[in-house]
Design a protein around this ligand. Structure first.
Ligand SMILES: *Cc1c(COP(=O)(O)O)cnc(C)c1O
Length: 395
């Protein structure tokens, strides 16, 4: 049974220590929404309700196994965040300075001359990381389409790292994780799922059989476009220890302020997601009927190629919509410029809606050049629609 208390990483007597065990509170006895709000808190008389920001690099030495140095043993903020997310996804969480830091720690486990199976529609930073390993460590890379389930199943038997992103970015295709995670894997292989787009509320990869789940906590978990943070979650104790070791050696540790902000952000994840998702569902349907829009990709739409998989696998369809503006790249750019409420900015998963033309990014040239990726926020849906209508103009 997963307690609300931290499972402990050998750090004791640090003053603001990990939360006290509370037999009444466990992730199994609470809904996810309540767990997000209540986990990772100290529960003894006089304790602050929130884990304080502790800007400390080093700690007074004494008897026992207290904290020594923040890069090694962490500050209390990380433990609260790790407890919340680990509990929710059913594993041990390891917090990092960014999503890429978490992913790099996982890729660091991959031996020389290994075979890596990556999605065809792969996050650019991950692709660059793998390509660096190609020249430095002799890695071989195989790219597989998100919906090519047979290709992934075959890769599970031969690859050393199987890396999935589902829903994918920015086409929002949903991989058949049920089937892929259940396929027999090569001994020692790691199957990782980038769960950033789904959030821990919509999808729990470890429950499906993945070895590790990662989040760019910069996105939905923080939720306010004001921090960089990442987290990897795994069940295997030795994999978790290896990830912590890389975190220490690479100095890829989140700052005290970032840990605080991510923890504060995740408290409201359920509310934010519920609202933004409802907005996204409504806007996707309206965009699909708009005369100046030619193709809307949203897993919740019946027209989406992986709608069936999304319905089966995800609790909600997410907050990101990709759509093509009729015309040329300059027409899509003009839409971004004319928007007033919706910000012309990259990234996703925040309270405010943002939009960008993805083909502008390096490595995204394969996308339709008029494709806009809209990350829907928590504003009033009618205000968002009014803004989109005025920016799209007449058909
Ligand atoms: C943003 C993002 C990352 C990288 O996360 P950072 O926090 O920016 O390092 C990785 N995967 C996905 C799907 C992302 O959206």
């Amino acid at each position: 049974m997963m307690r609300i208390a931290s499972k402990g990483h050998g750090v004791e007597g640090a003053g603001h220590g990990p939360a006290q065990p509370d037999e009444a509170l466990s992730v199994e006895s609470l809904s996810a929404e309540s767990w997000l709000v209540s986990a990772g808190r100290e529960r003894h008389a006089g304790a602050p309700l929130n884990v304080p920001i502790m800007p400390a690099s080093n700690f007074v030495l004494g008897k026992g196994r207290g904290r020594v140095y923040a890069r090694n043993e962490g500050v209390p903020g990380w433990e609260a965040l790790e407890e919340i997310l680990g509990g929710l996804e059913g594993g041990e969480a390891v917090a990092f300075a960014s999503g890429m830091a978490a992913i790099a720690a996982i890729f660091d486990q991959v031996p020389e001359h290994a075979l890596l199976a990556l999605p065809a529609d792969c996050y650019q930073g991950v692709l660059s990381l793998a390509e660096a390993g190609q020249s430095r460590r002799g890695w071989r890379i195989e790219r597989i389409g998100v919906t090519d389930t047979a290709g992934w199943v075959r890769a599970c038997g031969v690859a050393d790292l199987i890396w999935l992103e589902s829903p994918s970015n920015p086409l929002l295709e949903v991989a058949d994780l049920d089937t892929i995670c259940a396929a027999p894997r090569k001994a020692g292989a790691i199957l990782g799922v980038d769960n950033t787009f789904a959030t821990p509320l919509n999808q729990r990869p470890l429950e499906l059989g993945a070895d590790v789940s990662v989040h760019s906590a910069t996105k939905f978990i923080g939720g306010h476009s004001d921090l960089l943070c990442g987290v990897a979650i795994a069940r295997d104790v030795s994999l978790c220890a290896d990830l912590r070791r890389v975190r220490v050696l690479a100095g890829a540790t989140p700052g005290a302020l970032e840990a605080f902000l991510a923890t504060r952000g995740v408290r409201t994840l359920a509310l934010r997601l519920e609202r933004a998702q409802r907005n996204a569902e409504e806007l996707a349907e309206r965009l699909e009927r708009h005369a100046r829009v030619s193709c809307v990709r949203y897993p919740g739409l019946k027209s989406h190629p992986t709608h069936a998989a999304a319905k089966r696998q995800l609790k909600g369809f997410g907050t990101v919509i990709s759509f093509d503006v009729k015309g040329e790249a300059s027409d899509a750019d003009a839409v971004c410029r004319r928007l007033k409420l919706i910000q012309h900015a990259t990234s996703l998963g925040a309270v405010e809606s943002t939009i960008e033309r993805r083909a502008l990014h390096h490595g995204q040239e394969h996308l339709p050049e008029t494709l806009l990726r809209l990350s829907v926020g928590i504003e009033a849906v009618e205000d968002l629609w009014t803004d989109l209508e005025q920016a799209l103009g007449e058909g």
